[in-house]
Design a protein around this ligand. Structure first.
Ligand code: AMP
Length: 309
């Protein structure tokens, strides 16, 4: 079975949306990515770090979804990374209220021996130097390295490190505002071109409820987001998208542009579930039937016949 290696934050999140507020719940890029990828029954492992305050039950939940957590280091006496955010009324924008790196501040990732030859690697949101270290530990060059990042790492203190990792990956997934910030271009078409020149051959720009774009040389593919009656909490939608994209490509083993289009659809489909409940709750018990049913809806939404003269 093909292997997927995931590095990313594991966190406590405190979230406020117009519909409610949570205390510390499970968050971080890695759980979202892994839960999403677990829908493809691939062998997946997470590399991350937690403190002694992290509940065992969260790890058990991930293991039940067949996710290898042996690469999650537990720091004795340490505190788990904490993030808190508040969404605006339209849910497309949020403010970060607090970021406490805690054990993430001096994290040295160790890739499990059995995953050093993983075909696909997802470098989820965290310090670019940690992302680089994971790539350097691989014994064989992965078929595809996918990078997800955010504006926090585009600040002056980290931007040079971020550029180094961007230069080494095949795919970058990034949201529209971050693509503009990184490239200095307002047009997303121009932004994608600038980012491609930094290294990745494929650029995925996520536009929240407005879908996602895939760029590769002169080719562009667009997938809408499934229009939902209720969006409860958008946290983790981007990571869930990245996990779905990577999970599908790992399962199929085909990294052509044509197959990446399908990966984008699977990614959008899975992200549509993530936003329906707070935190990871909706992703924890998602089953195959639900996923397949919504995929049908997706197909109906996007398929049309048109006569071209
Ligand atoms: P998303 O909504 O897809 O952007 O991802 C939200 C997740 O990213 C939350 O669960 C946070 O714990 C995590 N997160 C927020 N800021 C950071 C950061 N600076 N480094 C790593 N993870 C972060």
């Amino acid at each position: 079975m093909s292997k997927l290696l995931i590095v990313g934050s594991v966190a406590f999140d405190a979230i406020e949306t117009p519909f409610g507020k949570t205390d510390k719940i499970l968050g971080g890029a890695a759980p979202y990515i892994a839960l999403s990828a677990s829908n493809f029954n691939v062998s997946a492992a997470v590399v991350s770090v937690i403190g002694e305050d992290f509940p065992e039950e969260y790890l058990t939940m991930l293991q039940k979804r067949n996710i290898d957590t042996s690469g999650i280091e537990l720091v004795k006496g340490g505190k788990t990374f904490f993030w808190s955010g508040k969404y605006h009324n339209d849910l497309n924008a949020r403010d970060t209220l607090d970021t406490q790196l805690n054990v993430l501040a001096d994290f040295n990732p160790v890739v499990p021996e059995t995953y050093k030859d993983a075909e696909i690697v997802v470098l989820g949101n965290l310090n670019p130097l940690v992302q680089l270290s994971v790539l350097e530990q691989m014994s064989t060059k992965p078929k595809l390295a996918i990078l997800d990042t955010m504006n926090f790492w585009m600040e002056e203190a980290f931007i040079e490190d971020l550029r180094k990792v961007i230069a080494k990956v095949d795919v970058i997934t990034i949201n529209d505002e971050e693509a503009r910030q990184l490239s200095g271009e307002f047009s997303l078409v121009k932004a994608a071109r600038v980012i491609e020149n930094m290294g990745p051959k494929y650029v995925v720009i996520k536009k929240g409820e407005h879908g996602a774009l895939l760029f590769h040389e002169e080719q562009i593919f667009f997938a809408p987001a499934l229009p939902l009656e209720e969006v409860f909490d958008p946290t983790g939608a981007g990571d869930t998208f990245a996990g779905g994209f990577a999970g599908y490509l790992t399962k199929t083993g085909d990294i052509s542009f044509e197959n990446m289009k399908n990966a984008i659809i699977h990614a959008s489909n899975l992200a549509s579930f993530c936003v329906e409940k707070f935190g990871t709750k909706r992703m924890e018990n998602l089953n195959r039937e639900e996923v397949q049913k919504r995929l049908q809806q997706f197909k109906k939404l996007t398929q049309f016949e048109i006569e071209l003269s």
